[in-house]
Write a protein that binds this ligand. Structure first.
Ligand SMILES: Cc1cc2nc3c(=O)[nH]c(=O)nc-3n(C[C@H](O)[C@H](O)[C@H](O)COP(=O)(O)O)c2cc1C
Length: 189
C-alpha cells in the first residue's frame, strides 16, 4: 500500500497549515493510501550546526523524522509563508533529514519520492510565494513535486473551530491529497 507522510511547517496551536494538511491527508486516505499525519512539535530538533553534528551525531528526534520520510513513498507538506519563504522550523527539519547516517544512501529520505505542497494564510495570496521556493528546495533534494499545488487565501474565513468547513476548499485539498497518493503509488521507489 502507498504510504504518505503528512506534516505542516508550523507548530502553532490552531495552525492554519495543520488544518489544511488534515484535509489533504483525508483525500489521500480516501484514495487508498496509508497516511501518517505528524506534528513537528513532536520532533523538536536543535538548529543545525555542523560542529555539533560532528561532536554529538544526529539528534534522536531528527533521526526519527528522517526515518519517517525514508519509510514513506510520498509527502504532503503544508507550509506557512514567512516573509515570502518557508519558516526556519521546516527548513531545519528538512536539512537534518538530508544528512546521511551510516548504511544510508545519499538523500535517501527524498530521492524518488513524490510531494504535494500547499500553503494557507489569512492574507490575500494564501502563501503562494512560499510554494515557489518549497518546490525548488524539494526538487533539488530529488523529490518530484506535483504540478498541482494549493495556496489557500483568507483561510480564516473558510474554517470553524480549527477545522476547514468550506466545501470548495475541502474538495481542492482532498484532490491534491488524492493526486499525491496516486502519483506516489505509480513512481515512488
Ligand atoms: C515572521 C513572519 C513572517 C510572515 N510573513 C508572511 C508572508 O510573507 N505572507 C503571508 O501570507 N503571511 C505571512 N505571515 C503570517 C502567517 O501567514 C501566519 O502567521 C500564519 O498563521 C502562519 O501559519 P500557521 O497558521 O500554520 O502557523 C508571517 C508571519 C510571521 C510570524
Amino acid at each position: 500500500m502507498t504510504k504518505i507522510l503528512a506534516f505542516a511547517g508550523s507548530t502553532r496551536k490552531g495552525s492554519f497549515n495543520q488544518a489544511i494538511i488534515n484535509v489533504a491527508a483525508e483525500g489521500a486516505r480516501e484514495a487508498g493510501a496509508e497516511v501518517t499525519v505528524i506534528d513537528l512539535a513532536d520532533f523538536q530538533m536543535p538548529l543545525f550546526n555542523e560542529d555539533e553534528e560532528a561532536e554529538f551525531g544526529m539528534p534522536e528526534k531528527a533521526q526519527a523524522f528522517k526515518e519517517l520520510l525514508m519509510s514513506h513513498d510520498g509527502f504532503l507538506i503544508a507550509s506557512p509563508e514567512y516573509n515570502s519563504s518557508y519558516p526556519a522550523l521546516l527548513k531545519n527539519a528538512i536539512d537534518w533529514a538530508s544528512r546521511m547516517s551510516e548504511g544510508e544512501k545519499p538523500l535517501q529520505a527524498y530521492r524518488g519520492k513524490v510531494a504535494g505542497i500547499m500553503a494557507a494564510s489569512a492574507g490575500g495570496l494564501g502563501g503562494m510565494r512560499v510554494l515557489v521556493v518549497l518546490r525548488m528546495l524539494l526538487e533539488n533534494l530529488g523529490t518530484m513535486v506535483l504540478p498541482n499545488q494549493k495556496a489557500i487565501a483568507k483561510v480564516n474565513t473558510l474554517m470553524e473551530e480549527g477545522v476547514i468547513t468550506d466545501e470548495k476548499t475541502i474538495k481542492q485539498l482532498k484532490n491534491l491529497g488524492k493526486e499525491t497518493a496516486e502519483l506516489a503509488g505509480k513512481i515512488a521507489k
